[in-house]
Design a protein around this ligand. Structure first.
Ligand SMILES: O=P(O)(O)OC[C@H]1O[C@](O)(COP(=O)(O)O)[C@@H](O)[C@@H]1O
Ligand SMILES: [Mg+2]
Ligand SMILES: [Mg+2]
Length: 335
């Protein structure tokens, strides 16, 4: 059982043997994410004082205006991961294509693939509302010694070997899993050390919070409209409370602690929804399931979806098991 207030460094070493491929490389990879998160956190915390607010003047492959902090976080994570000789490929929300990292002497013998949303909740940066970073880790499937290919990135989420997120909120936390439960570590900014503050996190089986951008209501599928009406009815433990921060990481984190459901459905405007399967939905779904919760596209388990494109989007229903099952019931009945 994880020991409360253990440092993240100690926890990583102590739990290394749990990992089936334990050779220390995954530990070094998690450590490099820990380091990059500290650097980004430093910039986030003083965002109003330094020239890091506002747009960077470029758009990414999603057609979104890149925020300066999107670009900064992207650079910090890519540089930190590249310099540690563990990763053979990186894909990012802010990069059109995947990045090949040939490693020491161009041998292409590093084993891990990282997919990342460097800054999640970009619309909240300038208004001082919590944002995050999301990461997903796989072992490569193509032969070592050759450059990575798209095949290494288009793996279903159930093959992730680790995943997690950082939330830059009232405090900064790293929450991650290597397939043995979920643990949360809080940064003590005075000494720059993460401590185990939330050991063995469990998602409540049900809750009374629903998180969805109701501004899109008229474009929602009938099943989602019916489920929202159900949440708002005066009956039993309902009406539920509506909470929507607009940063996936922060909405998910709150719901994991209190119980609740987050929905970003497909709409008549966006038939595939908005959120990206590879570096938003898969890692969050991995954490959800490791904490006893559920994640689907309204019909199918997110982690079983076979990806076809690097930046593909999927409808996302994620949270307390009983609430997601109820929402799926409404989706099915509305078919
Ligand atoms: O403003 P909307 O349409 O409700 O979308 C909010 C959602 O979009 C996101 O901001 C997308 O992520 P990025 O900020 O990384 O692009 C999620 O964090 C959030 O849940
Ligand atoms: Mg995001
Ligand atoms: Mg982002």
């Amino acid at each position: 059982m994880p020991k409360k207030n253990q440092t993240l460094g100690e926890f990583i070493i102590e739990n290394q043997s749990e990992f089936q491929y334990s050779s220390g490389e995954l530990s070094r990879l998690i450590n490099s994410i820990r380091l990059a998160a500290k650097v980004v956190n430093h910039e986030v915390n003083k965002a109003g004082l330094v020239d890091i607010l506002g747009t960077a003047g470029e758009t990414n492959i999603q057609g979104e205006d890149q925020q300066k902090l999107d670009v900064y976080a992207n650079e910090v994570f890519i540089k930190t991961l590249t310099n540690r000789e563990i990763v053979c490929g990186i894909a990012s929300e802010e990069e059109d294509d995947f990045i090949t990292i040939k490693g020491r002497n161009e041998k292409n013998d590093n084993k891990y693939i990282v997919l990342i949303d460097p800054l999640d909740g970009s619309s909240n940066i300038d208004v001082n509302v919590s944002v995050g970073t999301i990461f997903s880790i796989y072992r490569r499937v193509t032969a070592s010694g050759t450059p990575v290919t798209m095949e290494d990135f288009l793996q279903p989420g159930n093959l992730q070997v680790a995943a997690g997120y950082i939330v830059y909120g009232t405090s900064t936390m790293i929450v991650y899993s290597t397939g043995h439960g979920v643990n949360g570590f809080t940064l003590n900014p005075a000494i720059g050390t993460y401590y185990l503050s939330h050991p063995n996190m469990r998602f409540p089986e049900t809750g009374n919070i629903y998180s969805v951008n109701e501004g899109n209501y008229i474009h929602f599928p009938q099943g989602v409209k019916n489920y929202i009406k159900y949440c708002q009815q005066e009956e039993g433990d309902r009406p539920y409370t509506s909470r929507y921060i607009g940063s996936l990481v922060s909405d998910f984190h709150r719901n994991m602690i209190k119980g609740g459901i987050y929905i970003y459905p497909n709409t008549s405007k966006d038939p595939e929804g908005k959120l990206r399967l590879l570096y938003e939905c898969n890692p969050i779904a991995y954490i959800a399931e490791q904490a006893g919760a559920k994640a689907s596209n309204g019909f199918m388990r997110i982690l079983d979806i076979k990806p076809t494109q690097l930046h593909q989007r999927v409808p996302f229903f994620c949270g307390s098991k009983l609430m997601v099952e109820k929402a799926e019931e409404f989706m099915k009945n509305a078919e």
